[in-house]
Ligand binder design. Structure first.
Ligand code: ATP
Ligand code: MG
Length: 686
């Protein structure tokens, strides 16, 4: 039985508040526990348990950090329910309809309640790049970028705006704490942000932050909060340490007494404060729901071997804040984690590729191995090496499939069809047409914006000079999309047919790009509607792969490359961590305050605790930096990360690579190899 494989504390959390007659009286529950102690597993068991005890899965709201994590949780719940009810119980499939990320769920609720809050439900969602583009447009309109040459870049402006929104903090405070060098621009920034908000509203677009902000605003209205709150008997949140103030205020509005609310997390793994996440949410949970809050702590780690856990504990023990959890494990192993010094990043890449293949030979699938790094660009040399050796890989948290220009063009067309007021989409789209430049595009969009029926206004406009047939086909495609006759996903083919001649005109490698677009159509087939497709793709795009099309080859074996941030909550049999040097971890962008340094330490802790059986921290002696000084790119001599001082070396097997191999040593080794050819031959036919 599923409850029997849990330890007593886990079981307490799973059964919390469920009575044998199936009724639920669950008061607020917090599970706060260290890495690999089974928090996520416990949450999955709890959801399954609630369902098995009669809870309606459609009335369960489950929020995880990524869509991938939500899907994985769904599969686990289904498996557990299947164990009890038999494989074909049919209890799940898509019954757990309300599981996803905060942002994804927010988008759905906002569309549901759009009319009540004066929002057009056809709103489109801007990803960070679109948001930066819009910020830039507004900035230009206000003339800040021209007159004030040292005005913050569009990215910085967006970061300041986003931080202020997410932390619900006043602008001067945000500037003082996080962007002191921009403080002199406070007045202009205030004006810029006001215009940015207006632009978003008049164009009917929401950015990432708006999804939470509007949601929080919406549930600040008690009637709506109650209505939404009453749709869900249970609200469960994983990785609660990385939520921000808006998110906790949303939860509080939905479940003011905490009845039916379960959150799990680990304060030692809080790594998103740069996006205004606050560890206070988890620490203050007991007080927010006092005296009703129930707290369960878990202290047994099931993931890692004892030597790996000991090393990770040692790293986090040096933190200036004390984390009270003391993890233990029964997984004994003679193998300490390795601290491997290599000459430079190229050797680092060769080392990792060699080891990955060795592991593969020993039967550890590529998928059970991961290479982690602090920043996405750290994996560059490794990607080259893997490609050279034909080792397939998927990269999480890196360059996204959707970032390629041709895919963005297609999506812009769909977005524009969905919401013809979306200027960033329209601006991009029109400039694909020959003869249409920025100023013409502006004029057309201005004209459309004034009309209550923008597509009709577009159709009535004369074609810009030199764009003749291309203009006509653009307009007629938009009109056809507006009628919705083609239906979903067929209409994406319509867009492709319109776009293909442009693709051929614009790109030399048009045929490779066309393959991407066909892939995109296949992905689209998996979504129920254009709106769901656009929303989910924007919020949580598929990961980049070594495969040209950029779509994960789900059935095949591939190595995982991931930033630490994107590796959250996951585990692999073998883990490699690149560039365990000062400047990379802690990142040299983050050495300002103690708080920043401490977050970098927690990042290393998160990375180390992803490993089940083996962990290699690689330390290149030289590191390539890009244009950080007046001489441009250069090598710098690197030193081991300060988070592993000499006192911690005892927890590692310290070694260097490559070991010097003379010919004779190699020959000796060859002689020592014994193989059973007969067994191999028999194996071939098994
Ligand atoms: P993180 O802090 O990294 O998110 P977590 O606390 O969520 O970790 P899980 O991912 O749920 O931990 O579990 C870690 C591993 O331990 C998983 O492989 C899980 O299957 C296993 N595990 C959890 N509980 C038990 C248990 N009671 N018995 C055996 N294995 C368990
Ligand atoms: Mg987890």
């Amino acid at each position: 039985m599923y409850l029997e494989r849990l330890n007593p504390q886990q079981r307490m959390a799973v059964e919390h508040g469920t009575l044998t007659d199936g009724s639920h009286v669950a008061g607020p529950l917090l599970v706060i526990a260290g890495a690999g102690s089974g928090k996520t597993n416990t949450l999955a068991h709890r959801v399954a348990h609630l369902i098995l005890k009669g809870a309606d899965p459609r009335r369960i709201l489950l929020m995880t950090f990524s869509r991938r994590a939500a899907a994985e949780m769904g599969r686990r719940v289904e498996r557990i329910c299947g164990e009890v009810l038999g494989k074909n119980s049919g209890i799940m499939a898509d019954a757990l309809a309300w599981s996803g990320t905060f942002h994804g769920i927010g988008a759905r609720l906002l569309r549901d309640y759009a009319e009540q809050i004066g929002l057009d439900p056809a709103f489109s969602i801007h990803d960070r790049e679109d948001s930066a583009d819009l910020m830039n447009l507004v900035r230009h309109e206000l003339g800040f970028s021209k007159t004030e040459s040292r005005f913050p870049t569009k990215g910085t402006c967006l970061a300041i705006y986003s931080r202020a929104v997410n932390s619900e903090a006043e602008l001067p405070l945000v500037l003082r704490d996080a962007f002191p060098w921009c403080a002199t621009w406070e007045k202009q920034l205030r004006e810029l942000f006001a215009c940015y908000v207006e632009a978003k509203q008049s164009q009917n677009v929401l950015d990432y932050d708006d999804l939470l902000l509007y949601w929080a605003q919406m549930v600040a209205e008690p009637m709506i909060a109650e209505d939404i709150g009453s749709r869900f008997d249970h609200v469960l949140v994983d990785e609660y340490q990385d939520t921000n103030k808006l998110q906790s205020s949303i939860l509080l509005a939905l479940k003011p007494t905490g009845q039916g609310l379960t959150v799990v997390g680990d304060d030692a793994q809080s790594i998103y404060s740069f996006r205004a996440a606050t560890v206070r949410n988890i620490l203050d949970f007991p007080a927010s729901f006092s005296p009703a809050a129930n707290i369960v702590t878990l202290d047994r780690n099931y993931r890692s071997t004892q030597p790996i856990l000991a090393a990770a504990n040692a790293v986090i023990d040096l933190a200036s804040e004390r984390f009270t959890k003391n993890l233990w494990t029964e997984r004994e192993s003679p193998e300490r984690p390795r601290l491997v010094t290599v000459r430079d990043e190229n050797d680092q890449a060769r080392y990792v590729a060699d080891k990955v293949l060795d592991n593969r030979e020993e039967g550890v699938k590529l998928k059970s191995q991961a290479v982690l790094f602090r920043a996405s660009h750290h994996s560059g040399p490794l990607e080259v090496e893997l490609t050279r050796r034909n080792i397939p890989f998927v990269k999480f948290g890196g360059l996204k499939f959707l970032d390629s220009a041709h895919v963005k063009d297609m999506l812009a067309a769909l977005r524009f069809a969905q919401n013809p007021r979306d200027r960033v989409a329209g601006f991009r789209l029109m400039q694909i047409l020959p003869g249409v430049g920025p100023s013409t595009a502006q004029k057309v969009l201005d004209h459309m914006a004034e009309d209550p029926s923008p597509v009709t206004a577009l159709a009535a406009m004369p074609a810009p000079p030199r764009s003749g047939d291309d203009w006509t086909s653009f307009v007629s495609t938009m009109q056809e999309l507006k009628t919705g006759k083609a239906g979903w996903p067929a209409e994406i083919e319509l867009v492709r047919q319109w776009y293909e001649p442009h693709l051929e005109r614009l790109y030399e490698d048009a045929s490779a790009r066309l393959a991407d677009l066909i892939q995109l159509e296949q992905i689209a087939g998996g979504y129920a509607s254009r709106e769901r497709f656009l929303t989910e793709l924007t919020l949580d795009p598929p990961d980049a792969t070594s495969d040209q099309a950029g779509v994960p080859l789900l059935d095949e074996d591939y190595l995982i490359l991931s930033t630490i941030h994107s590796a959250k909550g996951q585990e692999w049999t073998k883990v490699f961590m690149l560039n365990v040097i000062d400047g990379c971890i802690p990142s040299d962008l983050a050495v300002g305050t103690t708080a920043e340094i401490e977050e970098e330490r927690r990042l290393l802790y998160v990375a180390m605790t992803r490993a089940k059986d083996s962990l290699d921290l690689v330390v290149p002696q030289r590191f390539f930096t890009y244009g950080q000084n007046s001489q441009g790119d250069r090598h710098v001599y690197a030193s081991r990360s300060r988070f592993i001082p000499a006192t911690l070396l005892q927890f590692f097997e310290v070694c260097g690579w490559p070991q010097v191999k003379t010919d004779t040593a190699a020959a000796q080794q060859a002689r020592q190899v014994r193989i059973d050819v007969g067994a191999r031959m028999r194996g071939m036919w098994r």
